[in-house]
Design a protein around this ligand. Structure first.
Ligand code: SAH
Length: 349
């Protein structure tokens, strides 16, 4: 991109009122701002020339002053199971990945919130990329639009769900993540229901309390992986900063405020957490926090340190959780052959 383009402000950083002010300043009618806003968000225009209901002169004036820093899908890979992985190029050349997951009933977009990640969970491929920067709200929004368009093109079906489970830790990019959800759910954006959106976090108690105070309407998932501090700290260094007790307190607060359950994401690994003691600890933890559990399959990241547990251990987990009346789903992985499954996003290609 030319230097001059780079220095222009992205028009999508402006509010509707600010676009109106701009139009007044160039002697245009303020209602034109509404049209531009619709092009930018509802219609996801990538170029001012697409805005054909505006005069050529107005479009030129906008181009002089502003840019539209739309993401670009640089590379798209398709898995044998239908999963699609996009390598998404940002305006400054950095790359993140997002994934379309098709199932019988759903088209789910799994999107990134940061370039890389700072949390260093030992089993996650993204941890091997250091955190470069946060994504802004429109870079997050654009990933959703790209997946939505691919769902329509390749499956002839609408986007039904969004999970913030790609690269990065959404709650360490709080403001922009919330802004992106505001746009996704707004009638001036994609108009999706927040009930169809899930934000997944390693569990940062202070930010979970913030979500509760902000009365957000989307779903919350926490990557738990162990309800025993010693084990959890070994695989997720964040647990040394805030332990399971602190996490449980914040989740109780979340439940009090929102009346919604949290979903625990949980991988069972051979010789790490595949014994009965760990399963019972999880059941006990779920007894304290209104929750349900997704047991997710481990996706190897070629370091040989972690191995998927035997199916009998998963059965044991299911049995123990069921006995306590806890809802548990076993989630099969998708898109493994293209490194698009949970924890495999690492810009390999
Ligand atoms: N930072 C957030 C968002 C990333 S979500 C979070 O941790 O929740 C990615 C999910 O995939 C998390 O639940 C994570 O624990 C899980 N995960 C990471 N590496 C994995 C792997 N190799 N196999 C299976 N799941 C993995």
């Amino acid at each position: 991109m030319k230097q001059e383009e780079e220095n222009k402000k992205d028009i999508r950083q402006l509010t509707l009122a600010e676009i109106k002010d701009f139009f007044l300043s160039i002697g245009e009618k303020p209602f034109r701002a509404q049209q531009v806003y619709e092009w930018l968000w509802k219609k996801s225009a990538k170029d001012f020339d697409q805005m054909t209901n505006l005069s050529l002169r107005t479009r030129e004036l906008m181009k002089e002053k502003f840019a539209i820093n739309h993401i670009r899908v640089d590379d798209m890979q398709r898995s044998t199971d239908g999963t699609i992985k996009n390598a998404v190029k940002l305006h400054d050349g950095l790359v993140v990945e997002s994934v379309l997951i098709p199932t019988e009933k759903r088209i789910t977009a799994c999107i990134s919130s940061q370039v890389g990640c700072s949390l260093n969970c030992h089993f996650c491929a993204t941890a091997q990329l250091k955190r470069m920067r946060n994504l802004n709200a429109d870079e997050i929004y654009d990933q959703v639009v790209a997946i939505k368009e691919e769902g329509e093109l390749y499956f002839n079906r609408p986007l039904t769900n969004i999970v913030y489970m790609g690269m990065g830790e959404p709650l360490l990019n709080y403001k922009e993540v919330l802004k992106s959800i505001e746009k996704i759910t707004s009638p001036t954006g994609l108009g999706m229901s927040p009930k169809r959106i899930t934000v997944s976090t390693v569990g940062i108690p202070k930010m979970i309390r913030q979500l509760a105070d902000d009365e957000v309407k989307f779903n919350l998932a926490v990557s738990l992986h162990s309800a025993i501090d010693e084990t959890r700290s070994k695989v997720m260094p964040i647990n040394e900063k805030s332990d399971l007790k602190e996490l449980a307190d914040s989740l109780q607060y979340w439940h009090q405020k929102t009346q919604r359950k949290v979903t625990f994401e949980y991988v069972v690994w051979k010789d790490i957490n595949d014994d009965e003691q760990h399963a019972r600890a999880l059941a006990k933890y779920c007894g304290k926090v209104a929750s349900k559990v997704n047991l997710i399959e481990y996706n190897p990241i070629d370091d040989g340190l972690f191995q998927q547990a035997d199916p009998t251990s998963l059965d044991m987990y299911e049995r123990i959780l069921n006995e306590k009346g806890i809802i548990v789903n076993v989630r099969r992985s998708r898109g493994k052959d293209i490194d698009a499954a949970c924890g495999q996003l690492a810009n390999k290609s």
